[in-house]
Ligand binder design. Structure first.
Ligand SMILES: NC(=O)c1ccc[n+]([C@@H]2O[C@H](COP(=O)([O-])OP(=O)(O)OC[C@H]3O[C@@H](n4cnc5c(N)ncnc54)[C@H](O)[C@@H]3O)[C@@H](O)[C@H]2O)c1
Length: 342
Protein backbone atom coordinates (compact mmCIF):
# COMPACT_ATOMS: atom_id res chain seq x y z
CA UNK A 1 0.00 0.00 0.00
CA UNK A 2 1.29 3.46 -0.85
CA UNK A 3 -0.69 6.25 0.79
CA UNK A 4 -0.95 9.63 -0.96
CA UNK A 5 -0.28 11.46 2.33
CA UNK A 6 2.94 12.88 3.71
CA UNK A 7 2.00 13.55 7.32
CA UNK A 8 -0.77 11.60 9.06
CA UNK A 9 -2.10 12.64 12.45
CA UNK A 10 -3.63 9.83 14.51
CA UNK A 11 -5.53 10.51 17.73
CA UNK A 12 -5.72 7.87 20.47
CA UNK A 13 -2.56 6.20 19.18
CA UNK A 14 -1.54 4.97 22.64
CA UNK A 15 -4.62 2.75 22.93
CA UNK A 16 -5.36 -0.75 21.67
CA UNK A 17 -6.34 -0.14 18.04
CA UNK A 18 -4.53 3.20 17.70
CA UNK A 19 -1.13 1.75 18.64
CA UNK A 20 -1.51 -1.03 16.07
CA UNK A 21 -2.52 1.54 13.47
CA UNK A 22 0.50 3.77 14.22
CA UNK A 23 2.77 0.71 13.93
CA UNK A 24 1.24 -0.23 10.57
CA UNK A 25 1.45 3.35 9.26
CA UNK A 26 5.15 3.51 10.13
CA UNK A 27 5.69 0.30 8.17
CA UNK A 28 4.55 2.26 5.09
CA UNK A 29 6.58 4.93 3.28
CA UNK A 30 5.02 7.90 5.16
CA UNK A 31 7.16 10.89 6.13
CA UNK A 32 5.62 11.58 9.51
CA UNK A 33 3.05 10.22 11.96
CA UNK A 34 1.87 12.39 14.84
CA UNK A 35 0.00 10.76 17.70
CA UNK A 36 -2.25 13.02 19.81
CA UNK A 37 -3.28 11.20 22.96
CA UNK A 38 -4.56 12.33 26.36
CA UNK A 39 -3.19 9.17 27.99
CA UNK A 40 -6.33 8.26 29.89
CA UNK A 41 -6.34 5.06 31.93
CA UNK A 42 -6.53 3.23 28.55
CA UNK A 43 -3.62 5.06 26.91
CA UNK A 44 -0.33 3.27 27.47
CA UNK A 45 3.04 4.48 26.10
CA UNK A 46 4.29 0.88 26.44
CA UNK A 47 2.00 0.01 23.52
CA UNK A 48 4.35 2.01 21.28
CA UNK A 49 7.70 1.13 22.89
CA UNK A 50 8.93 -0.61 19.73
CA UNK A 51 8.44 2.43 17.46
CA UNK A 52 8.95 5.31 19.91
CA UNK A 53 12.46 6.01 18.54
CA UNK A 54 11.42 6.10 14.89
CA UNK A 55 12.40 9.65 13.76
CA UNK A 56 9.15 9.88 11.76
CA UNK A 57 7.04 9.39 14.92
CA UNK A 58 5.94 12.33 17.08
CA UNK A 59 3.86 12.26 20.23
CA UNK A 60 1.69 15.11 21.53
CA UNK A 61 0.17 14.65 25.00
CA UNK A 62 -3.15 16.44 24.53
CA UNK A 63 -6.91 16.00 24.91
CA UNK A 64 -8.71 16.21 21.56
CA UNK A 65 -11.32 18.42 23.27
CA UNK A 66 -8.62 20.91 24.38
CA UNK A 67 -8.65 24.30 22.58
CA UNK A 68 -4.84 24.05 22.27
CA UNK A 69 -5.39 21.39 19.60
CA UNK A 70 -5.90 24.25 17.15
CA UNK A 71 -2.36 25.57 17.57
CA UNK A 72 -0.93 22.04 17.36
CA UNK A 73 -2.63 21.42 14.02
CA UNK A 74 -1.79 24.89 12.67
CA UNK A 75 1.89 24.37 13.53
CA UNK A 76 2.10 20.80 12.21
CA UNK A 77 -0.31 20.82 9.26
CA UNK A 78 -0.99 17.11 8.75
CA UNK A 79 -2.56 16.35 5.39
CA UNK A 80 -4.65 13.46 6.78
CA UNK A 81 -6.24 12.81 10.19
CA UNK A 82 -7.49 9.52 11.63
CA UNK A 83 -9.62 10.05 14.72
CA UNK A 84 -9.21 6.92 16.83
CA UNK A 85 -9.36 8.59 20.28
CA UNK A 86 -12.45 7.84 22.31
CA UNK A 87 -13.74 6.71 25.63
CA UNK A 88 -14.56 3.14 24.69
CA UNK A 89 -15.87 0.95 27.49
CA UNK A 90 -19.65 0.48 27.64
CA UNK A 91 -19.69 -0.41 31.36
CA UNK A 92 -17.84 2.80 32.20
CA UNK A 93 -20.27 4.75 30.00
CA UNK A 94 -23.18 3.36 31.99
CA UNK A 95 -21.53 4.38 35.27
CA UNK A 96 -20.25 7.80 34.10
CA UNK A 97 -21.63 8.92 30.70
CA UNK A 98 -20.49 12.55 30.72
CA UNK A 99 -16.84 11.93 29.83
CA UNK A 100 -18.05 9.93 26.80
CA UNK A 101 -20.05 12.86 25.47
CA UNK A 102 -17.10 15.14 26.16
CA UNK A 103 -14.51 13.12 24.25
CA UNK A 104 -16.55 11.24 21.64
CA UNK A 105 -18.84 14.15 20.69
CA UNK A 106 -17.16 17.42 21.74
CA UNK A 107 -13.62 16.12 21.15
CA UNK A 108 -14.60 14.95 17.67
CA UNK A 109 -16.18 18.35 17.05
CA UNK A 110 -13.04 20.18 18.14
CA UNK A 111 -10.93 18.01 15.84
CA UNK A 112 -13.30 18.58 12.90
CA UNK A 113 -13.10 22.35 13.41
CA UNK A 114 -9.29 22.25 13.48
CA UNK A 115 -9.25 20.01 10.39
CA UNK A 116 -11.53 22.45 8.57
CA UNK A 117 -9.30 25.37 9.46
CA UNK A 118 -6.11 23.81 8.11
CA UNK A 119 -7.87 22.11 5.17
CA UNK A 120 -6.86 18.43 5.48
CA UNK A 121 -7.10 16.21 2.40
CA UNK A 122 -8.72 13.31 4.32
CA UNK A 123 -10.33 12.86 7.74
CA UNK A 124 -11.17 9.30 8.79
CA UNK A 125 -13.50 8.85 11.74
CA UNK A 126 -13.09 5.51 13.50
CA UNK A 127 -16.55 4.50 14.65
CA UNK A 128 -18.28 1.31 15.74
CA UNK A 129 -20.97 -1.21 14.83
CA UNK A 130 -22.65 -0.29 18.11
CA UNK A 131 -24.15 2.86 16.55
CA UNK A 132 -26.65 0.63 14.68
CA UNK A 133 -27.86 -0.82 17.98
CA UNK A 134 -29.01 -4.39 18.42
CA UNK A 135 -29.75 -6.15 15.11
CA UNK A 136 -32.35 -8.90 15.56
CA UNK A 137 -31.82 -10.50 12.13
CA UNK A 138 -29.71 -9.86 9.04
CA UNK A 139 -26.90 -7.32 9.02
CA UNK A 140 -26.71 -3.51 9.15
CA UNK A 141 -25.60 -1.77 5.98
CA UNK A 142 -24.13 1.72 5.97
CA UNK A 143 -27.65 3.06 5.24
CA UNK A 144 -29.28 1.37 8.22
CA UNK A 145 -30.73 3.69 10.87
CA UNK A 146 -28.62 4.61 13.89
CA UNK A 147 -30.21 3.21 17.05
CA UNK A 148 -27.51 3.43 19.73
CA UNK A 149 -28.54 1.63 22.90
CA UNK A 150 -26.11 2.96 25.53
CA UNK A 151 -24.26 6.21 26.33
CA UNK A 152 -21.07 4.96 24.61
CA UNK A 153 -22.73 4.13 21.30
CA UNK A 154 -24.90 7.25 21.51
CA UNK A 155 -21.79 9.39 21.92
CA UNK A 156 -20.09 7.62 19.00
CA UNK A 157 -23.23 8.15 16.89
CA UNK A 158 -23.13 11.84 17.83
CA UNK A 159 -19.52 12.01 16.59
CA UNK A 160 -20.51 10.27 13.34
CA UNK A 161 -23.36 12.71 12.70
CA UNK A 162 -21.09 15.69 13.25
CA UNK A 163 -18.59 14.17 10.79
CA UNK A 164 -21.27 13.67 8.14
CA UNK A 165 -22.53 17.22 8.68
CA UNK A 166 -19.01 18.60 8.15
CA UNK A 167 -18.74 16.65 4.89
CA UNK A 168 -22.15 17.87 3.74
CA UNK A 169 -21.98 21.48 4.91
CA UNK A 170 -18.32 22.42 4.57
CA UNK A 171 -17.14 19.84 2.05
CA UNK A 172 -14.61 18.46 4.56
CA UNK A 173 -13.38 15.15 3.05
CA UNK A 174 -14.53 12.94 5.91
CA UNK A 175 -14.98 9.17 5.64
CA UNK A 176 -16.33 7.07 8.51
CA UNK A 177 -15.44 3.47 9.23
CA UNK A 178 -17.54 1.42 11.62
CA UNK A 179 -15.58 -1.51 13.00
CA UNK A 180 -16.99 -4.62 14.62
CA UNK A 181 -16.01 -5.90 18.10
CA UNK A 182 -12.24 -6.03 18.00
CA UNK A 183 -9.77 -8.23 19.88
CA UNK A 184 -6.06 -8.98 19.86
CA UNK A 185 -2.78 -7.98 21.56
CA UNK A 186 -2.61 -4.88 23.82
CA UNK A 187 -6.33 -4.61 24.54
CA UNK A 188 -6.94 -3.10 27.96
CA UNK A 189 -7.97 -5.95 30.28
CA UNK A 190 -11.36 -4.50 31.22
CA UNK A 191 -12.74 -5.73 27.87
CA UNK A 192 -14.40 -9.15 27.56
CA UNK A 193 -11.65 -11.22 25.90
CA UNK A 194 -8.54 -9.84 27.69
CA UNK A 195 -10.40 -9.82 31.02
CA UNK A 196 -11.21 -13.49 30.57
CA UNK A 197 -7.65 -14.37 29.49
CA UNK A 198 -5.93 -12.47 32.32
CA UNK A 199 -8.36 -13.75 34.97
CA UNK A 200 -7.82 -17.32 33.77
CA UNK A 201 -4.04 -16.85 33.69
CA UNK A 202 -4.19 -15.76 37.35
CA UNK A 203 -6.59 -18.50 38.42
CA UNK A 204 -9.54 -16.18 39.01
CA UNK A 205 -13.18 -16.59 37.99
CA UNK A 206 -14.39 -14.96 34.78
CA UNK A 207 -17.64 -12.97 34.76
CA UNK A 208 -20.19 -13.71 32.02
CA UNK A 209 -23.10 -11.30 31.65
CA UNK A 210 -26.63 -12.76 31.76
CA UNK A 211 -27.16 -15.90 29.70
CA UNK A 212 -23.98 -15.28 27.67
CA UNK A 213 -25.90 -15.60 24.42
CA UNK A 214 -25.16 -12.07 23.20
CA UNK A 215 -23.75 -12.29 19.68
CA UNK A 216 -20.79 -10.29 18.39
CA UNK A 217 -18.98 -10.38 15.05
CA UNK A 218 -15.31 -10.63 16.08
CA UNK A 219 -12.62 -8.73 14.17
CA UNK A 220 -8.88 -9.15 14.74
CA UNK A 221 -7.07 -5.88 15.45
CA UNK A 222 -4.78 -5.99 12.39
CA UNK A 223 -7.81 -6.63 10.16
CA UNK A 224 -9.56 -3.63 11.72
CA UNK A 225 -6.48 -1.52 10.94
CA UNK A 226 -6.20 -2.69 7.32
CA UNK A 227 -9.87 -1.71 7.03
CA UNK A 228 -9.12 1.79 8.37
CA UNK A 229 -6.12 2.12 6.02
CA UNK A 230 -8.26 1.00 3.06
CA UNK A 231 -10.77 3.73 3.89
CA UNK A 232 -7.92 6.24 4.23
CA UNK A 233 -6.55 5.25 0.84
CA UNK A 234 -9.70 4.67 -1.18
CA UNK A 235 -12.73 5.86 0.79
CA UNK A 236 -15.00 8.51 -0.70
CA UNK A 237 -15.69 11.81 1.07
CA UNK A 238 -18.97 11.74 2.98
CA UNK A 239 -19.17 7.94 2.84
CA UNK A 240 -19.44 5.32 5.59
CA UNK A 241 -17.77 1.86 5.49
CA UNK A 242 -18.53 -1.11 7.75
CA UNK A 243 -15.55 -3.24 8.80
CA UNK A 244 -16.60 -6.76 9.78
CA UNK A 245 -15.16 -10.20 9.21
CA UNK A 246 -18.41 -12.22 9.35
CA UNK A 247 -17.29 -14.25 12.38
CA UNK A 248 -20.30 -14.07 14.62
CA UNK A 249 -20.15 -15.96 17.91
CA UNK A 250 -22.09 -16.02 21.16
CA UNK A 251 -20.12 -14.66 24.11
CA UNK A 252 -20.42 -17.99 25.93
CA UNK A 253 -18.85 -19.77 22.94
CA UNK A 254 -15.93 -17.32 22.82
CA UNK A 255 -15.41 -17.92 26.52
CA UNK A 256 -15.62 -21.69 26.00
CA UNK A 257 -12.85 -21.41 23.41
CA UNK A 258 -10.68 -19.41 25.81
CA UNK A 259 -11.22 -21.98 28.57
CA UNK A 260 -10.06 -24.68 26.16
CA UNK A 261 -7.00 -22.72 25.03
CA UNK A 262 -6.00 -22.06 28.65
CA UNK A 263 -6.99 -25.53 29.88
CA UNK A 264 -9.24 -23.95 32.51
CA UNK A 265 -12.23 -25.71 34.11
CA UNK A 266 -15.80 -24.77 33.12
CA UNK A 267 -16.59 -23.72 36.67
CA UNK A 268 -14.15 -20.80 36.22
CA UNK A 269 -17.11 -18.99 34.59
CA UNK A 270 -19.41 -16.98 36.90
CA UNK A 271 -22.74 -15.82 35.55
CA UNK A 272 -23.30 -12.23 36.72
CA UNK A 273 -26.29 -9.87 36.36
CA UNK A 274 -26.56 -8.68 32.78
CA UNK A 275 -25.41 -5.19 31.80
CA UNK A 276 -28.40 -2.78 31.74
CA UNK A 277 -29.64 -2.22 28.20
CA UNK A 278 -27.20 -4.85 26.89
CA UNK A 279 -27.47 -5.06 23.09
CA UNK A 280 -28.21 -8.63 22.10
CA UNK A 281 -26.58 -8.82 18.71
CA UNK A 282 -24.36 -6.75 16.44
CA UNK A 283 -24.03 -7.64 12.77
CA UNK A 284 -22.81 -5.62 9.79
CA UNK A 285 -22.59 -6.14 6.06
CA UNK A 286 -19.07 -5.16 4.97
CA UNK A 287 -19.50 -5.66 1.22
CA UNK A 288 -18.94 -1.95 0.51
CA UNK A 289 -15.43 -2.11 2.01
CA UNK A 290 -14.75 -5.50 0.41
CA UNK A 291 -15.53 -3.86 -2.96
CA UNK A 292 -12.54 -1.55 -2.28
CA UNK A 293 -10.31 -4.63 -2.02
CA UNK A 294 -10.32 -5.20 1.77
CA UNK A 295 -10.71 -8.64 3.26
CA UNK A 296 -9.91 -9.96 6.73
CA UNK A 297 -6.82 -12.15 7.05
CA UNK A 298 -7.42 -13.69 10.50
CA UNK A 299 -10.00 -16.33 11.37
CA UNK A 300 -11.48 -16.31 14.86
CA UNK A 301 -9.93 -19.62 15.95
CA UNK A 302 -6.41 -18.57 14.99
CA UNK A 303 -7.03 -15.03 16.26
CA UNK A 304 -8.06 -16.20 19.73
CA UNK A 305 -5.04 -18.53 19.88
CA UNK A 306 -2.71 -15.64 18.85
CA UNK A 307 -4.28 -13.39 21.44
CA UNK A 308 -3.91 -15.93 24.25
CA UNK A 309 -0.30 -16.51 23.19
CA UNK A 310 0.43 -12.76 23.28
CA UNK A 311 -0.99 -12.35 26.82
CA UNK A 312 0.99 -15.42 27.92
CA UNK A 313 4.19 -13.88 26.50
CA UNK A 314 3.60 -10.40 27.99
CA UNK A 315 2.67 -10.81 31.67
CA UNK A 316 4.50 -7.61 32.65
CA UNK A 317 2.28 -5.59 30.29
CA UNK A 318 -1.02 -6.69 31.85
CA UNK A 319 0.20 -7.19 35.42
CA UNK A 320 1.25 -3.54 35.59
CA UNK A 321 -2.25 -2.49 34.48
CA UNK A 322 -4.14 -4.94 36.70
CA UNK A 323 -2.14 -4.00 39.77
CA UNK A 324 -2.73 -0.28 39.30
CA UNK A 325 -5.31 1.67 41.29
CA UNK A 326 -7.39 2.57 38.21
CA UNK A 327 -7.98 -1.06 37.32
CA UNK A 328 -8.51 -2.46 40.82
CA UNK A 329 -11.02 0.30 41.68
CA UNK A 330 -12.91 -0.31 38.43
CA UNK A 331 -12.95 -4.08 38.98
CA UNK A 332 -14.18 -3.84 42.58
CA UNK A 333 -16.96 -1.48 41.50
CA UNK A 334 -17.98 -3.50 38.44
CA UNK A 335 -17.75 -7.01 39.89
CA UNK A 336 -18.57 -6.79 43.63
CA UNK A 337 -19.85 -10.39 43.44
CA UNK A 338 -16.40 -11.74 42.48
CA UNK A 339 -13.43 -12.19 44.81
CA UNK A 340 -11.06 -9.19 44.85
CA UNK A 341 -8.27 -9.27 42.27
CA UNK A 342 -5.11 -11.08 43.16
N1 LIG B 1 -12.23 -2.06 20.69
C1 LIG B 1 -13.29 -2.31 19.91
O1 LIG B 1 -13.87 -3.41 19.97
C2 LIG B 1 -13.76 -1.28 18.92
C3 LIG B 1 -14.66 -1.68 17.93
C4 LIG B 1 -15.11 -0.73 17.00
C5 LIG B 1 -14.66 0.56 17.08
N2 LIG B 1 -13.79 0.94 18.06
C6 LIG B 1 -13.36 2.34 18.09
O2 LIG B 1 -11.95 2.31 17.88
C7 LIG B 1 -11.35 3.39 18.59
C8 LIG B 1 -10.23 2.86 19.47
O3 LIG B 1 -10.75 1.90 20.37
P1 LIG B 1 -9.78 1.12 21.37
O4 LIG B 1 -10.47 -0.12 21.74
O5 LIG B 1 -8.41 1.08 20.79
O6 LIG B 1 -9.78 2.12 22.61
P2 LIG B 1 -8.83 2.26 23.86
O7 LIG B 1 -9.74 2.59 25.00
O8 LIG B 1 -7.90 1.08 23.99
O9 LIG B 1 -7.92 3.51 23.52
C9 LIG B 1 -8.42 4.81 23.43
C10 LIG B 1 -7.24 5.77 23.31
O10 LIG B 1 -7.78 7.09 23.18
C11 LIG B 1 -7.13 7.94 24.09
N3 LIG B 1 -8.08 9.01 24.47
C12 LIG B 1 -9.24 8.87 25.15
N4 LIG B 1 -9.82 10.08 25.32
C13 LIG B 1 -9.02 10.98 24.70
C14 LIG B 1 -9.10 12.38 24.50
N5 LIG B 1 -10.10 13.11 25.01
N6 LIG B 1 -8.11 12.98 23.81
C15 LIG B 1 -7.05 12.26 23.30
N7 LIG B 1 -6.93 10.94 23.49
C16 LIG B 1 -7.91 10.30 24.17
C17 LIG B 1 -6.75 7.05 25.26
O11 LIG B 1 -5.71 7.61 26.05
C18 LIG B 1 -6.34 5.78 24.54
O12 LIG B 1 -5.00 5.83 24.13
C19 LIG B 1 -12.47 4.08 19.36
O13 LIG B 1 -12.89 5.21 18.62
C20 LIG B 1 -13.58 3.05 19.41
O14 LIG B 1 -14.85 3.65 19.49
C21 LIG B 1 -13.34 0.04 18.99
Amino acid sequence: MSLPYRHILVTGGAGFIGSQLVRMLLALPVARVTNVDKLTYAGNPANLADIADDPRYHFAHLDIADPRLRALLRDNRPDAIINVAAETHVDRAIADPLVFARTDVLGTHNLLECAREIGVRRFVQVSTDEVYGSIAAGAATEDSPLRPGNPYSASKAGGDLLCLSYAHTYGLPVSICRGANTYGPRQYPEKFIPLAITNLLTGQPVPLYGDGRQRRDWLYVTDHCTGILTVLEKGAAGDVYNIAAGQERENRDVLGRLLALLEAPEDAVRRVTDRPGHDRRYAMDASKLRALGWSPAMGIEAGLAETVAWYRRHPAWWHSIRRGDAFTAYYAHQYPMLPPLR
